[in-house]
Design a protein. Structure first.
Length: 258
């Protein structure tokens, strides 16, 4: 372990998306995670003098794959994406799933299968650098909408993330933190850590500062979608002692209607 090997650049695009550039200075290989748009991606690469060798896609939504074909055409890069979704990932070269490893130079990322937001969604976890690229599965104080999955699937996907070290940096694909936090307070109103975090988030957002990446530890303490086992949340939603996936489902439903 020790010092990080990878350089990670976070690029805000569209209204509230982030895409990420992962650069290995040893091999000079560079991956683009979920390129929504072409021009901002090229500008971010050029600003750093990085030539992309890979795209890592987390899921098929247009705001994550929109520039796949244009960037492949321009750079001749290799596109890696979810095996369960290979027909919906434009230009996919290598399809991966749970337990597979992808490499950037000598750096390995574990592929984690995390269905729920979409049926094929995957995440990429670089264990050495403790960096998780989770697409639209986990957000700061939130989680992805269940477009193609059940609450049970999403809950088991989020549980895989909760096994990662608390100091794992979580690179989520959207800046939804302020809205997520406002909802979180409605189901977890007695959580001092949550109140403290919201003060900090309000300060950051007032200055236009990103709240991504977040970390697994603070999410376990403040994200209601990781806390359906919490007595106070169960009491607030009127489900004391209910099965934990059912509490998760109720919290997700309330967020959909918030
Ligand atoms: Zn999505
Ligand atoms: Fe998205």
């Amino acid at each position: 372990m020790g010092e990080n090997r990878l350089e990670i650049a976070q690029v805000p695009v569209l209204n509230d998306n982030y895409l990420f550039l992962i650069h290995d200075p040893v091999s000079a290989e560079t991956a683009i995670v979920d390129p929504a748009v072409e021009d901002d991606t090229i500008a971010a690469l050029d600003a750093r003098g990085w030539t992309p060798t890979h795209i890592f896609n987390t899921h098929h939504h247009w705001d994550h794959v929109g520039a796949n074909l244009a960037l492949k055409d321009r750079y001749g890069l290799t596109i890696i994406g979810p095996a369960a979704d290979r027909d919906r990932i434009p230009g996919i070269d290598i399809a991966v799933g749970e337990g597979d490893k992808v490499h950037l130079g000598d750096n390995a990322a574990d592929v984690i299968f995390v269905p729920g937001h979409t049926s094929g969604h995957i995440a990429y976890y670089f264990a050495h650098d403790k960096a998780l690229f989770c697409g639209d599965t986990l957000f700061a104080m939130g989680c992805g909408r269940l477009f193609e999955g059940t609450p049970e699937e999403m809950w088991s996907s989020l549980n895989k993330f909760m096994l990662l070290p608390d100091d794992t940096a979580v690179y989520c694909a959207h800046e939804y933190t302020m809205a997520n936090g406002k909802f979180a307070l409605t189901v977890d109103p007695h959580n001092d850590d949550l109140h403290a975090r919201m003060k900090e988030v309000e300060r950051l957002r007032a200055d236009g500062i990103p709240t991504v990446p977040t970390h697994i530890g603070i999410e376990k303490a403040t994200n209601p979608f990781l806390r359906p086992m919490n007595d106070s949340i169960q009491e607030t939603v009127g489900m004391i002692g209910a099965p934990i996936p059912a509490v998760f489902a109720e919290v997700r439903k309330r967020k959909d209607n918030f």
